[in-house]
Design a binder for this molecule. Structure first.
Ligand SMILES: CCCCCCCCCCC/C=C/C(=O)SCCNC(=O)CCNC(=O)[C@H](O)C(C)(C)COP(=O)(O)OP(=O)(O)OC[C@H]1O[C@@H](n2cnc3c(N)ncnc32)[C@H](O)[C@@H]1OP(=O)(O)O
Length: 280
């Protein structure tokens, strides 16, 4: 695939620049006035995180990081889905080399987003289960639209959220609530998520959500950027270091777990249920 690390200007609209590294599944738009970059996931139909979307996310996050943007807002081009989480097709009857690359890329995305030196916020303009919730909770602030759901529902699928998924969740929720929600595989409505503190604000439209995220990121305008970045890093360093130290182990655990016949069977049933529901 043609991909260059060099930032290129491909379009202009109003005060924003659309930047691209020739990726197809994400776009990055930088507001010239605020210096805030909006990173949009656009993989139809549900922003399922497959290997290609993860690669594009990583490239875009790196681009925003190296371009010294004032902030990163993560959102979706889909009107009702932020991200459906990991693309289950990547984990169901997986191909040996591809699934290794897939999980490694997911680790990369988490390390870059959770560890980003740029302030981050998520404009959650749709459902955000599992991997979608991981992305949202890796950001420092969340604004969500009403009538959607968010949470780590892995146990409902018969799978287990790894430690680093929990780290992001625990950076937002107190341990007691995080543990219970994870054990239950609980999905929270927007209103419930606000009440428990899983999101910070609600908004009535995507535009308002992006504006509220920008207002949060604007609160850092008068803070020394290095002091802010180093402070954030200290809060997150132990979580990041833990995955860095255990990356190979984490990959092997994932492969072992996902290849268990019972797990494959469960994923197959879950997928079938999703497809049946989609046909109705
Ligand atoms: C000891 C420690 C060991 C650790 C070992 C680690 C173990 C593994 C850890 C793995 C962690 C996993 C994280 C995940 O993210 S798993 C994915 C979880 N996601 C979900 O459960 C979401 C499922 N989807 C939905 O609930 C709905 O689709 C949604 C609310 C998102 C949207 O609903 P809507 O009605 O708008 O759309 P449809 O349901 O009709 O879906 C449209 C089509 O998209 C397909 N689809 C949906 N979600 C997924 C998905 N996640 N992956 C793949 N495909 C998906 C759906 O089947 C429809 O397809 P068709 O049009 O072809 O029928």
């Amino acid at each position: 695939m043609l991909r260059t690390k060099v930032l290129s200007l491909v379009a202009r609209s109003g005060p924003s620049r659309l930047m691209s590294t020739a990726t197809k599944l994400t776009t990055v738009e930088v507001n010239d006035k605020t210096g805030i970059a909006t990173l949009t996931m656009c993989r139809a139909p549900v922003n399922g995180l497959n290997l290609e979307l993860l690669k594009d996310l990583k490239t875009s996050i790196d681009e925003i990081e190296s371009n010294k943007s004032r902030g990163l807002i993560l959102t979706s081009s889909n009107a009702t889905i932020f991200s459906a989480g990991l693309d289950i097709m990547e984990m169901y009857n997986p191909e040996k080399e591809r699934i290794r690359a897939f999980w490694t890329q997911l680790q990369e995305v988490w390390l870059s987003l959770y560890g980003s030196s740029v302030p981050t916020a998520a404009a959650i303009n749709g459902h955000s289960p599992a991997g979608g919730c991981l992305l949202a909770t890796s950001c420092e602030y969340r604004v969500m639209l009403p009538k959607f759901t968010i949470g780590l529902n892995e146990t409902q699928l018969g799978i287990v959220a790894p430690k680093w998924f929990m780290s992001s969740f625990l950076s937002v929720l107190p341990q007691r609530q995080a543990e219970r929600a994870l054990n239950q595989g609980r999905m929270f409505s927007t209103e419930e998520a606000l009440q428990i503190g899983l999101i910070d604000e609600t908004a009535t439209s995507k535009e308002e959500a992006v504006e509220k995220c920008a207002a949060f990121l604007g609160t850092f305008a008068r803070v020394n950027p290095l002091a802010r970045a180093l402070t954030k890093q200290q809060f997150r360093a132990a979580d990041l270091q833990q995955l860095e130290n255990e990356r190979k182990d984490d990959l092997e655990k994932f492969l072992f777990f996902i290849n268990q016949p019972a797990v494959q069977k469960g994923l197959g049933i879950y997928l079938e249920g999703l497809k049946k529901k989609a046909k109705k």
